[in-house]
Structure formats: C-alpha cells, structure tokens
Design a protein around this ligand. Structure first.
Ligand code: IPD
Ligand code: CA
Ligand code: CA
Length: 265
C-alpha cells in the first residue's frame, strides 16, 4: 500500500491551485458574526470541500474537523479524523498578501499522526509523520539553534478577540522585542509555526488559536526538534481553542520565563 503521505500530499498541492487561481476574492467575502476581522470567502469553502471529497475517496471512514463546518470534538478519537484549516491567513488571502496556507492534520485516536502545511505561493510543503521526522518539500528540516539575542519572534494578535487578548498580545511581543533580534506578525498562524519548524523564525506565540490553526504545526515542530505547549507548558489539548507557545530548545526556558513574567492567562 502507498504510504499515507504519498496519497495526501498531492491532494493538498492540488487544493493549493484553488488558492492561486482565485480571482476577484474580495467580492466573495462574508464576515463571520459581523466581525470585519473574521472573514470567509468562497475559496475557503471550495478548498475544504475539495479536500473532504478527495480524502474520503482514499479513506472512506474518514471524519473531518474543519473550520468552515460544524464539528464534534469526539471525532478526534476516531481511527481517522482530519483537522483542516482550508485557508489559514484568510485576511492575507483577501488582501492578496500571498502569505496564507492550507493546514491538514490526521488524527488517530486523539493523536496527530500526519501533518502538512502547504504554502501554494512559494510551493512549499511542510510535512511530518509521527516518529518519522519533518520535511520541507521532501528535504529534512529542523528548528533553529539561535539564542534569544539572535531570534526572530513571530506572533499572532488574536484579531477575532481584540478586546480580550489584544493588549496582552502586544505586551508580550514588546517584552520579547526587548531581548530578541526583532518581531514579526506575518498573518497565518499555521504557516508561522511551520516556519518555526523549518528554522526560519525561532519563537512563536498566539494567546488563543483554534485546533485547525495549530494541529498540523504541533507535529511539525515536535518532529523538527522544537517545543510547543499551552500556557501551562503542557501538551496542547486539541479538542478546544488554546494558547500556543513554541520555540527552539535553546531559547525555550528564557522565552517561557518572559511569558510567565509578562502576561496572565
Ligand atoms: C487566523 C490566522 C491569523 C491568526 C488568527 C487566526 P484564519 O486564521 O492564523 O494569523 O492571528 O488568530 O484565526 O482565520 O485566517 O484561518
Ligand atoms: Ca486559521
Ligand atoms: Ca481559515
């Protein structure tokens, strides 16, 4: 039988063409819950439908836990459950900012077994199979070995929860900014985490993300030798929204000390 990644990765690349072929994107936007910072386009739905349809052909008993549908967290305990963010970085996508991705994680009995984050603009596929290492376009990748002074911190601003999380997010970014090389707010959490796994940035945080934002990234980071946890420094619970903190092992303890000294979540 073909390895699961040989079956899934071509499908995810194919889905990327829906993003790169998209036109007049702004005309297709709906605001979720009337929030101008929380958008969905017809292309988000098209990518999700394509992946669900094609994955079901390969794995007929597959369940899906995906952003643009109703979900049941108990499905993560099934033999095959795919956690999908069809377009992570929808705001970037709508602005033609060209920093968005597709994120797919395959769970088996509550554990992530396969992960892929695909950037269709750069044609970069970040992938991992549990216990098998992490790869960028098929080449092994690992987290960086930079110290704090030479680190780049990528962070997310919780744009859908500005009132609750905005001030603390920028407070933590500022505290880190004082010790690291510089900070970035690229705009697609799953891709930011994949870039950490590839050693391009060294620290990532966002104070609240949904499972489809971090499920694939968590396996990428672990298989690339990095650390990723919730606010207690523990394994993240995939069944609900969670804060996400990730870093290379060299900067981890200082990073997490700054987190604890700066914010209260
Ligand atoms: C968002 C992006 C963004 C992050 C938000 C996410 P979406 O996902 O990952 O970078 O700051 O918290 O919700 O809505 O574009 O899939
Ligand atoms: Ca997302
Ligand atoms: Ca999304």
């Amino acid at each position: 039988m073909n390895k699961i990644e040989n079956l899934l990765l071509p499908l995810i690349r194919e889905a990327g063409k829906i993003m790169t072929g998209a036109r007049e994107i702004e005309d297709t936007v709906s605001e979720k819950g009337g929030d101008s910072a929380n958008m969905v386009t017809v292309y988000d739905v098209a990518v999700q439908n394509f992946l669900m349809q094609e994955i079901s052909k390969i794995i007929p008993d597959a369940f899906f836990f995906a952003e643009e549908k109703e979900n049941n967290a108990e499905d993560l305990m099934r033999d095959h459950c795919f956690v999908i963010d069809p377009i992570d970085g929808t705001t970037n996508f709508v602005h033609d900012y060209r920093y968005s991705c597709i994120s797919v994680a395959m769970f088996s009995k509550g554990d992530v077994k396969f992960a892929a984050v695909y950037d269709p603009y750069a044609d970069e596929m970040f992938s991992a199979v549990k216990g098998g290492g992490a790869f960028l376009n098929g080449e092994p990748m690992k987290v960086s070995d930079r110290d704090m002074a030479h680190s780049i911190v990528a962070f997310g601003t919780c744009p859908h929860m500005k009132k609750k999380m905005g001030e603390q997010s920028f407070r933590l970014a500022y505290a880190l900014y004082s010790e690291c090389s510089d900070v970035r707010r690229p705009g697609a959490a799953a891709l930011d985490i994949a870039h950490l796994a590839a050693g391009r940035n060294d620290i990532f945080f966002e104070l609240l993300l949904s499972p489809w934002d971090f499920a694939a990234g968590s396996l990428l980071v672990k298989e690339a030798g990095g650390i990723i946890t919730n606010s207690g420094g523990e394994k993240i619970d995939f069944s609900a929204p969670s804060p996400v903190f990730a870093a290379n092992p060299k900067v981890w303890s200082r990073f997490f000390e700054i987190v604890k000294n700066t914010i209260d979540i």
